[in-house]
Design a binder for this molecule. Structure first.
Ligand code: 13P
Length: 251
């Protein structure tokens, strides 16, 4: 079902006490009539505790920032979908541009991560997005289509329903430069169209597509007002309870 989601990707930030304080502060500041699904994506080591703190709260869930493409076994340092799911975590983020760039994750790797996640009942927040060079060369539409089709379009319709897309233009991540709401809407609309071509209108209209990249309390309302933008994947501004909750309240 298409829902509005605001997810906080903490990346490699916040020590244990800082993270737990942040969760408590966000929970205290959340409006009682909150209609948005809130997702916290802390470091793996905090995930179990954060999830326990959120367990009895309505519309508050957790995500891992990454997942192994392997099912299980001798892969020192990796964390599998079944281990993540065994801590009752609902989502995993897959394909963040930082994973693609710094850890050389390919579309094929991400496809395997998607498959092993869904097999273990872990729903997927799948990231895509172009670099500044690609936008300037006007290959960004095609690039995003390749990212999505090579990692997701082998899925059955039923499995595709468990996918959330996050469009995160690399040039807007952590830079303070946000895509304008019109630029973001143009890509979100395109993503919904390619999903419709593959899976039909009903599934496309029910897919949540989030925007990420320097989203903050000042620009969130404008971005979220667009027809095809169903929420945000927030980095820096999710590390502060007031700014994260302001973004949540922007719907
Ligand atoms: P910023 O909000 O810090 O630009 O990060 C966006 C992001 O990468 C979320 O996954």
């Amino acid at each position: 079902m298409r829902k509005n989601i605001v997810a906080g990707n903490w990346k490699m930030n916040l020590k244990r006490d800082e993270g737990l304080d942040l969760i408590n502060d966000v929970i205290n500041l959340l409006p009682s009539d909150n209609k948005v699904e809130v997702v916290f994506a802390p470091s793996f080591i905090h995930l179990y505790k954060v999830n326990k703190m959120c367990l009895n709260l309505d519309k508050v869930n957790t995500a891992s920032q990454n997942v192994s493409k392997e099912e299980r076994g001798a892969f020192t340092g990796e964390i599998s979908a079944e281990i993540i799911r065994s801590a009752n975590v609902k989502y995993t983020i897959i394909g963040h541009s930082e994973r693609r760039e710094y850890f050389k994750e390919t579309n094929e790797d991400l496809k395997q991560k998607v498959d092993v996640s869904l097999e273990n009942n872990l729903e997927v927040i799948f990231c895509c997005g172009e670099s500044l060079d690609q936008r300037e060369e006007e290959v960004h539409f095609n690039w995003i289509k390749i990212q999505i089709s090579e990692s997701l379009f082998h899925l059955s319709s039923d499995d595709f329903r468990k996918i959330i897309i996050a469009y995160e233009p690399i040039w807007a991540i952590g830079t303070g430069v946000t895509a304008s709401s019109d630029q973001a809407e143009e890509i979100h609309k395109f993503i919904r169209e390619i999903i419709a071509q593959k899976y039909g209108d009903e599934i496309a209209n029910n897919t949540s597509i989030l925007y990420g990249g320097s989203c903050n309390p000042t620009n969130a309302r404008d971005i979220f007002s667009k027809d095809n933008i169903d929420g945000g994947l927030i980095g820096g501004a999710s590390l502060n309870a007031e700014s994260f909750v302001e973004i949540i309240k922007s719907f």
